[in-house]
Design a protein around this ligand. Sequence first.
Ligand SMILES: Cc1ncc(C[n+]2csc(CCOP(=O)(O)OP(=O)(O)O)c2C)c(N)n1
Ligand SMILES: [Mg+2]
Length: 415
Amino acid sequence: MSTRTPPSSCSSSAARSAIGGPVVGTAMDVEGQHTPQQVIAGLRATSEGEDLVQLLNPEGQRVSHPRFDLEISPAELRSLYRDMVLVRRSDREAKALQRQGELGLWAPLLGQEAAQIGAGRAMAPQDMAFPSYREHGIAWCRGVDPTELFGIFRGIDQGSWDPLSTGLQLYTIVIANQCLHATGYAMGQRLDGRIGDAETGEATICFFGDGATSQGDVHEGFVWAAVYDAPVVFFCQNNQWAISASLDRQTRVPLYQRARGYGFPGIRVDGNDVLATLAATRWALRECRTGNGPVLIEACTYRMDAHTTSDDPTRYQLATELEEWKLKDPLERVRVHLVREGLAEPEFFDGLAAEADELALRLRDYCISMPAPGPERIFSKVYAESSPLLDAAREDYLAYHASFTDAGSAPGSAH
Ligand SMILES: Cc1ncc(C[n+]2csc(CCOP(=O)(O)OP(=O)(O)O)c2C)c(N)n1
Ligand SMILES: [Mg+2]
């Protein structure tokens, strides 16, 4: 490709196609209007761009959107805020537990609460979610207790919840792999005739990151989902970074516009706006349940902490970038809105703070007293059914384990 163009953007005006021409549907051409630096800066804007769906701006004011609106009661608004506060508190507690050696690793969600609570609360009980490894807010909405996530991050199990009864598949570490799983599952929903009604039909929602969009699995998932009209919402949390690789290393067009090339709609929402995320995801899931899937949603947000607790973002992220995003904090704008509009009393905030403290204490108590699993567990949790080979390996390993006189020094001991 001979022409290199500035990277894509969360601001539609900055986008150009990979061959250098303007992208259909964008407001203006780049040349003569923006320097490459301005275009890159535009990548990180959630509050700009004419095609960004936003219903609550960073200042906490309701704004209207011609296509998406939301009738929401004060009680529902408080409930969304409560979800975000409690999910953030669990996330912060998990990080502290990791720093104290109680968890092996943690993948923080700080900054992505609105994207996840909006999407999670848009789901109906019969819908199925396919997460990656940072979807703690989705787990919360599906009724999976944060303690269930701790087993994975303490390294003692591979996920302990029931995907069928919760409507949440297990975490996936292999980047983008869940896009194939989700597409296959959604194709099954269609083949089983479980779609057709916006309320009672079923849909699938698949969560992945901006970095994942460069994986072949996303492409394959998009193609199969499109040509089989699979009822799947592809929900991309564009948090601007894939570990240390910034968005301009993934794409030359805004990610939501890629849907067009596959033949399904793509929507870009302010991922720090819980109302916009809820409205757009509700719409997309209803489309899928009706039989009009798939849909791509790009939620523009920001990872306000490290990629994981093993990462040091100060090596590659500018502090000023983080400071800019703090002004778009997903919780703060709802809090300001609730206060300014008189939709919540001080007692509500005090009660919520106490509830968050209680939750954090419960999580900590659970984590530090989590029982270590026996050495046989890795043999019972990988395959659905045993085999002679597996039986032999288990017997060998248990005998080896038993040969240690000091049980605490045996391989596989948690302490
Ligand atoms: C197939 C594969 N390649 C590489 C990795 C290592 N890896 C873990 S997370 C990550 C970045 C993912 O970034 P993104 O999709 O933007 O998700 P985010 O972590 O930002 O939520 C990479 C490359 C992996 N887990 N799987
Ligand atoms: Mg990312």
